[in-house]
Write a protein that binds this ligand. Structure first.
Ligand SMILES: C[S@@+](CC[C@H](N)C(=O)[O-])C[C@H]1O[C@@H](n2cnc3c(N)ncnc32)[C@H](O)[C@@H]1O
Length: 367
């Protein structure tokens, strides 16, 4: 099953929705605004002729809720500010929001209308907006039609889980610890190969769609360092540990767990660098690595908040495989909450067991 056929964040505004459980992603978006502000001058130039009459900008993997328009709005503001500073005529803006077809596009449509309205009050030029359902691992836009692409917290999602693991019936996370350890490198390598293939494809497609000199500002979850702990503790381990707990108590079927693969890979900074260089279409302007909770007040974080954030992201993938069950999802959330409630605190559990980071990067299309 490919990711594009199933994946979506929890829709709506309920207690378990992505809209109400995406503080970490929101904070990362706020940090990305600096990179957007730095990229815009290079894109717009400083003369009246250096700016195109209309500019197309796209957010890939926008999801729904308050985060869906944050980066697009920041980009329009940065372009308008730049034009005002350099007395340039404002370009007409075409705004595209992309995600997979099962995304809650209804709620995105409502916020798009607000975006259009707020920017039209600021200035004359039209803001034309559209939603583009589809996978960012496929072509989405005509050749040379985009000026700026942003994507936050999305590119660690693969187009699919590694086929060779499924064919060889090697579980992503074996409940048997001995088997799990002996196969951990096979699993890690299969996921790394799939990421290399997908990320290369993403870069090649966007290079076709962007104008020369066009920019991308991206963020994705990654791994802090390359050692045995981070290789075997992939980002999905947190989900697997909770599901294994349920399988050991007969709440879910063990055989079903063995055939469950989460299509996520958290790369090292070096891997991302190397793939961009090998693919060759983009120059790296800047790359940063941060702790996912950097800049978030500890008092705003609790084991329950982490559990609900993980549920909002992984529920659609779990439900598709194990079947819809409120009972399973509630138990899943309870286990996560308990696992993060150790005496040493949620941060210590996170750092020791699931050492993920957020990688953000700014790129310019060079060929
Ligand atoms: C964690 S959410 C991030 C949403 C938002 N950008 C943010 O920062 O809050 C990841 C999003 O990427 C989308 N996504 C994953 N794979 C995708 C693909 N191949 N094409 C388009 N969107 C994808 C998911 O559906 C999901 O909405």
């Amino acid at each position: 099953m490919e990711t594009k056929q199933v994946l979506h964040m929890n829709p709506g505004q309920s207690e378990t929705s992505y809209a109400r459980n995406s503080t970490v992603q929101k904070t990362e978006q706020d940090r990305m605004k600096t990179m957007i502000n730095e990229a815009i001058p290079g894109l717009c130039g400083v003369t009246s002729t250096s700016l195109p009459k209309s500019m197309a900008i796209a957010d890939l993997g926008c999801s729904s809720g308050p985060n869906a328009l944050t980066l697009i709005s920041a980009t329009i503001d940065a372009i308008y500010r730049h034009c005002a500073q350099h007395s340039q005529q404002l370009p007409e803006m075409c705004v595209y929001l992309n995600d997979l077809p099962d995304n809650d596009f209804n709620s995105v449509a409502k916020s798009l209308a607000t975006l259009k309205h707020s920017h039209q009050e600021q200035a004359d030029p039209v803001v034309i907006t559209a939603m583009i359902p589809g996978s960012f691992y496929e072509r989405l836009f005509p050749c040379g039609s985009l000026h700026f692409v942003c994507s936050s917290n999305s590119l660690h999602w693969l187009s699919k889980a590694p086929e060779d693991l499924k064919e060889r019936r090697i579980p992503m996370y074996d409940m048997d610890e001995h088997l799990r350890q002996s196969r951990s490198m096979i699993v890690a390598d299969a996921y790394a190969r799939q990421f290399r293939k997908d990320f290369t494809q993403f870069l090649t497609l966007r290079a076709k769609e962007l104008v020369t000199g066009g920019c991308m500002v991206l963020s994705l979850f990654g791994r802090f360092s390359d050692n045995n702990i981070t290789k075997s503790n992939q980002a999905w381990k947190v989900v697997s540990v909770a599901l294994s707990d349920m399988a050991s108590r007969g709440i879910i079927d063990k055989e079903k767990l063995d055939s469950f693969y989460i299509p996520i890979y958290t790369p090292l900074e070096n891997e991302v660098n190397e793939i961009i260089e090998e693919e060759g279409s983009f120059k790296i302007n800047k790359m940063l690595m941060r702790h996912p909770f950097h800049g978030i007040d500890d008092s705003l974080v609790s084991p329950k908040m982490i559990a609900l954030a993980l549920r909002a992201v992984f529920e659609s993938t779990i439900v598709l495989h194990f079947g819809p069950s409120e009972e399973i999802m509630d138990e899943f959330t309870r286990i996560l909450e308990r696992n993060f409630s150790s005496k040493s605190g949620w941060r210590a559990v996170l750092d020791a067991e699931y050492p993920v980071v957020l990688l953000s990067l700014s790129l310019t299309r060079v060929i």
